[in-house]
Design a protein around this ligand. Structure first.
Ligand SMILES: [Zn+2]
Ligand SMILES: [Zn+2]
Length: 613
């Protein structure tokens, strides 16, 4: 495909050169010669177009002043080149005069390979870290006489009283201790082994119930059992669950509250499907909350939900955040941002992570050497396995990009205007390209442009409307040459009967090749019907092979130009189709492919079968 495109291109330049030679353009404008243009150009009578640099919609066939602003009109296309289109082998090519180029301020930049920055904005909420939960558990059986925390969401500190339990079990164990104390000898030397055993075993029983030695001493000093015991918070945090009510009976080991440790929190963000390609496990996220205006918090992405919410087209992204000062509280609203440096092939660049070792569950653990995660003990993994690339990874890792303003986007496709290098007059060629995602001020180019080609980023709308005006007639009628005076109004010329249309002969071999292309497209439709994505992609590949098998060399003149344009859009259909990841995208691309094949049948109609008489 590439190879043939180049050949065609050489052909176009050749034609252009021949056109100039035959036109025998002198040093100055030679209006007298425009009348006797060579037959090579189909629109031989096309005049020079004069336009206003301020009002490009103004078009005149002779010099003069702009009816809107009175400025002197300028020639849009150079005098004598026959309207720009005709001398070219490309339907979307346009030659403008150097004056028009300057006055219309048409500017181009080279297509570059460079890292581009994508800024992803997300909103979400602070949440507690589900892996850092503490439980308030009844360590004696009894009745919950008092619960000091009534609601979930209350923040508690380590050591805060949580519940008061009335415990018969505890009461009787204390009574045993006090009884044992009465019979135990008070002086050494008079020890009766049985007595000591009784005292020690009743102390041990209370220890097992969870009393400290200090609490034991208090009971022994008081000499009186108490049925109540207070349970304190073992960790600080937010009470996220209240599992029992006041008055409930609890058994030993029953959970009463769940407390979430807030020294580390999660931030749960919603990321749009279209932004997912920029997001990676381990990336740094900055965010702010309304509660602390102007303060920037940081964390790292610890999880990207593989499941898409079909209604909102978003996925949940979880960020691990250290919160030692406890400023962040669950349910706080946050606005977050990720600055993603984008490399080719959907990888991202992160100088902080490249070459490092990262905790597979805890992205905040980053080390220079392999080892184990400080938090969970899992072996660290290389950042490169997480989709990162080092900054010095070489040229190939840089994506091909064009400025956003260079792309005239229609749906999923875009047209760019490429400045033809080394042309005698400023020459621009419209090209349909496949774009990847937008990253800031750039689009990533997936197909259709090469590094170093110059794309028009200013004035391309003007070029496009000019091409639309000039190219449409020749695109709409099979014979082209809309202004040539022999318009067929789209009617298909019959091979049998009537005068044969004065058009270049298209050999039957070409139509046989096109038929294989049509069959291949039908196979795509069948694969879609089977809902088999692998088969769909393979079928698109097969369309690509059928497309490459079409010999463009069989066509001459206007049909060759039409085919060149069709081959370009069909190749984009194939490239997009061969990478689809969803059935509905496959359907969309297949519909587009069928539309283009329809256009092919209209523009290059197969001659009717001759009667078998
Ligand atoms: Zn004007
Ligand atoms: Zn870990």
């Amino acid at each position: 495909m590439e190879h043939r495109a180049k050949l065609l291109w050489v052909g176009a330049v050749g034609l252009l050169a021949v056109g100039y030679l035959l036109g025998s353009r002198g040093g100055q404008e030679a209006p007298a010669e425009t009348a006797e243009k060579p037959a090579l150009t189909e629109e031989s009578s096309a005049p020079t177009v004069w336009t206003c640099s301020m009002h490009p919609e103004i078009r005149r066939d002779r010099p003069g002043n702009c009816p809107k602003c009175g400025m002197k009109l300028i020639p849009l296309v150079p005098a004598g080149s026959g309207g720009g289109m005709s001398a070219m082998a490309n339907l979307r090519q346009l030659v403008v005069s150097p004056e028009a180029r300057a006055l219309l301020d048409i500017r181009s930049v080279p297509v570059q390979r460079r890292y581009v920055m994508a800024q992803v904005e997300m909103v979400g909420k602070v949440d507690y870290d589900e892996t850092r939960l503490g439980y308030i558990t009844a360590w004696v059986s009894g009745r919950l006489d008092r619960m000091f925390v009534d609601y979930t969401g209350v923040e508690v500190k380590k050591g805060d009283h949580m519940v008061l339990i009335y415990s018969e079990e505890l009461y009787s164990a204390q009574e045993e201790l006090i009884q044992a104390l009465k019979y135990a000898p008070t002086r050494s030397g008079q020890t009766a082994t049985g007595g000591i055993d009784l005292l020690e075993s009743s102390r041990e029983k209370l220890r097992l119930l969870g009393l400290t030695d200090e609490q034991l001493r208090e009971i022994e000093l008081r000499g009186k059992p108490s049925p109540h015991v207070t349970i304190y918070a073992p960790v600080g945090g937010i009470v996220i669950e209240k599992l029992r009510q006041e008055g409930d009976r609890v058994a030993r080991g029953d959970r009463i509250y769940t407390v979430a440790d807030l020294s580390h929190v999660w931030v749960k963000l919603d990321a749009y499907e279209s932004d997912l390609m920029w997001l990676r496990y381990g990336q740094e996220v900055t965010f702010s909350t309304e509660a602390y205006p102007g303060q920037v918090f940081r964390g790292r992405i610890s999880f990207i939900d593989p499941v898409l919410n079909d209604k909102t087209r978003t996925v949940k992204v979880r960020v691990n955040v250290a919160n030692e000062q406890g400023k962040l509280k669950p349910d706080m609203f946050v606005r977050a941002m990720v600055q993603s440096t984008v490399a080719a092939g959907g990888k991202v660049v992160d100088p902080e992570l490249a070459g490092k070792w990262v905790g597979p569950m805890h992205p905040e653990v980053i080390k220079d050497e392999p080892g184990l995660c400080d938090v969970c003990g899992m072996p660290l993994v290389r950042a490169e396995t997480l989709g990162y690339v080092s900054v010095d990874a070489g040229k190939a890792s840089k994506p091909l990009v064009i400025p956003v303003s260079a792309a005239l986007v229609t749906g999923r496709r875009a047209v760019v205007y490429v400045e033809v290098p080394d042309a005698e007059e400023p020459t621009f060629e419209g090209r349909e390209v496949l774009l990847g995602p937008r990253a800031g001020d750039y689009y990533i180019v997936r197909r259709g442009l090469a590094e170093g080609e110059r794309v028009v980023y200013k004035g391309n709308f003007t070029l496009d409307s000019e091409i639309q005006i000039q190219a449409k007639p020749s695109m709409m009628t099979p014979e082209g040459g809309g202004g040539g005076g022999h318009q067929h109004g789209g009617a298909v010329a019959k091979a049998a009967g009537g005068a044969p249309a004065p058009k270049p002969e298209i050999p039957g071999t070409f139509f046989a090749q096109v038929e294989r292309l049509e069959d291949a497209s039908e196979a795509v439709g069948q694969a879609i019907g089977l809902r088999d994505l692998d088969q769909v992609r393979a079928a698109f590949d097969a369309v690509g092979q059928a497309l490459e098998a079409v010999d463009a060399g069989l066509l001459k003149g206007h049909p060759a130009m039409l085919w060149k344009d069709l081959a370009m859009v069909l190749a984009n259909d194939v490239a997009e189709g061969a990478e689809v990841e969803r059935l509905r995208d496959a359907q969309r691309v297949h519909e587009m492919l069928e539309e283009h094949l329809d256009r092919l049948r209209r523009q290059l109609p197969r001659p009717a079968e001759p009667a078998a008489a």
